[in-house]
Structure formats: C-alpha cells, structure tokens
Design a protein around this ligand. Structure first.
Ligand SMILES: C[S@@+](CC[C@H](N)C(=O)[O-])C[C@H]1O[C@@H](n2cnc3c(N)ncnc32)[C@H](O)[C@@H]1O
Length: 262
C-alpha cells in the first residue's frame, strides 16, 4: 500500500520535472496577450495558488512588483529555490484560500495589486460555493480600483469527460506516475488519485496524493463575481479569444474590479 499524503506535499518536488510548469508558462503568455489587447499595463501582481512560482517569476522578470500565495509549504519551498536561482524578487505568502490577507509593508491596511491571477484550475480546489464567494471578495480587497482578476477553471465537462473514469500514465527514467480519476455527478466533483514513483538509487519510492476539484455552473461564477464587486469583461475558451462552446473544458475569466466590497 502506497503512503498517502496531503495534496501538493510530495508531488511538489516533481511538479516541474514532470512538465506541469508548462501550463503556467502558457497561461502567462496568454495573460500577456489579454493585457495587450486590453491595453492594460500592470505594475504589480499577486499570483494566487502560485505553486512552484513559475508565473510569479515570469511576472517579476517584467519588472513588476510580485507576490505569490499558496497553501502548500512544499510548493512554496520549490518556488523559493527557483526565485533565488533566477535572482528575481517575488514575495511568497504561505496562506490558504479562501481567507487570505496580505498587509501593506508596515502593517497598515491591505496590500493591493493591479493584477490578480490564479492558474491551472486552482480555484476548482475550493469545494463550496461559500468558499469561492469569500475568495472572490478577498481578491477584490487586494485589487486596485479597475484592477484585473484573470483565472482559469475546469468546467463540469472537464471533470466528467477529461478526468472522468480515466487513467493517465507516464514513465520517465527516474519518475513514473499513474493518475486515476473518479467523477461524482451530483456534487460535480472529481477525485484524482495520483500515484507517483520516484527513483532513489536502485530503489523506487512510491507515494500517492488525492486531489479533489469541484466545477461550478457559469451562472454561479458570474453571480459570485458580480456580488464580489467585479464586472466580467471576457469569458474565453481558455488559450483562445473566442466565446466558450457549450462543452468547453477550461474557461478563462477576465474580471475587472468595479466597486469595493466590505
Ligand atoms: C494545479 S496547482 C497550480 C499551481 C500553479 N498555479 C501552476 O500553474 O503551476 C494548484 C495549486 O493550488 C494550491 N492550492 C490548492 N488549494 C489551495 C488553497 N485552499 N489555498 C491556497 N493554495 C491552494 C496548491 O497548493 C497548488 O500549488
């Protein structure tokens, strides 16, 4: 029996090695295109659920003031090593959504940003509508007036058909993984059991993590964003600039802060 760990603990050390950082890279390219089309030039950004820091580092290289927040100490440890190696400045915050609070330097009032991002279906990890609502409100509080919130989320179709009752596997020289998922229709949730093998000399270490995501109807997400003080300016089929088809798997949301919320 493989030892089971909390999500984003043991997998942190192999996240980039198994190519998961490529998603963030792609999202940054896509975000920069969105910003260009909107003629929006941020000078500061907060990357929520920043994981191993790939997006935050890219933003920092542009000269922006960047913070990265994540609830996994293991992911942040990898991020911290990469930031040091890249010689960029990114402030890492170890906090868990939906409640988060970043104080201004000196401690008076909240730190605010021009841009807040959350990539790679990270917000699907919030399993209750109330949590998503609290998270959106906290994003609002950390945005400057007219600031943008850009994030991607999996749809129910993705959890049902892409994750579904499927098994994905890859084997490399020193790492192998098997990902098996189960979809629960009524809850619109899916569990992904990630079994990983990492070579340690002549032996292979085996561990597993279970990751659970929930999908929300568009109407719910729009309502929550609206009541959290946002105007949804674009809803795209992720990585494109077209309106999503009915059965789209991943949507990119571009929302602007239009009023303060308490
Ligand atoms: C799919 S990974 C994405 C990481 C990174 N954004 C990327 O694109 O590579 C999801 C990240 O969300 C973080 N996460 C999940 N639930 C969280 C929560 N409630 N609060 C803070 N971070 C959370 C995990 O620790 C993990 O780093």
């Amino acid at each position: 029996m493989a030892r089971r760990f909390k999500p984003y603990t043991r997998i942190a050390a192999i996240w980039d090695e198994i190519g998961q950082d490529k998603f963030s890279e792609r999202m940054v390219d896509y975000t920069l295109q969105i910003l260009k089309r909107k003629n929006f030039q941020p000078r500061s950004a907060l990357d929520l659920c920043c994981g191993t820091g790939t997006a935050a580092i890219r933003f920092a290289r542009k000269g922006w003031e960047v913070y990265g927040l994540d609830g996994s100490a293991d992911m942040l440890e990898i991020a911290s090593g990469k930031i040091r190696k890249e010689k960029v400045t990114v402030r890492l915050i170890y906090q868990r959504l939906p409640e988060f609070e970043i104080k201004r330097n000196g401690g008076l009032g909240l730190k605010t940003f021009d841009l807040v991002t959350a990539y790679y279906d990270s917000l699907n990890y919030l399993l209750k509508e109330e949590e998503l609502s609290v998270c959106f409100r906290n994003v609002n509080r950390h945005l400057n007036p007219e600031g943008l919130f850009i994030f991607d989320m999996n749809t129910k179709e993705a959890l049902k058909y892409l994750w579904g009752e499927k098994i994905y596997a890859r084997a490399y020289d020193n790492i192998a993984w098997i990902w098996q998922s189960l979809f629960y229709e009524r809850a619109a949730q899916a569990d992904l059991r990630a079994v990983c093998f990492v070579r340690k000399g002549k032996l292979w270490e085996r561990f597993e993590e279970v990751h659970t995501e929930k999908a929300y109807p568009l109407s719910v997400l729009k309502r929550l964003l609206h009541s959290a003080g946002f105007r949804v300016e674009h809803l795209y089929d992720c990585f494109r600039f077209a309106k999503p088809k009915k059965k789209a798997y991943r949507l990119a949301w571009v929302a602007r802060k239009v009023r303060n919320v308490s």
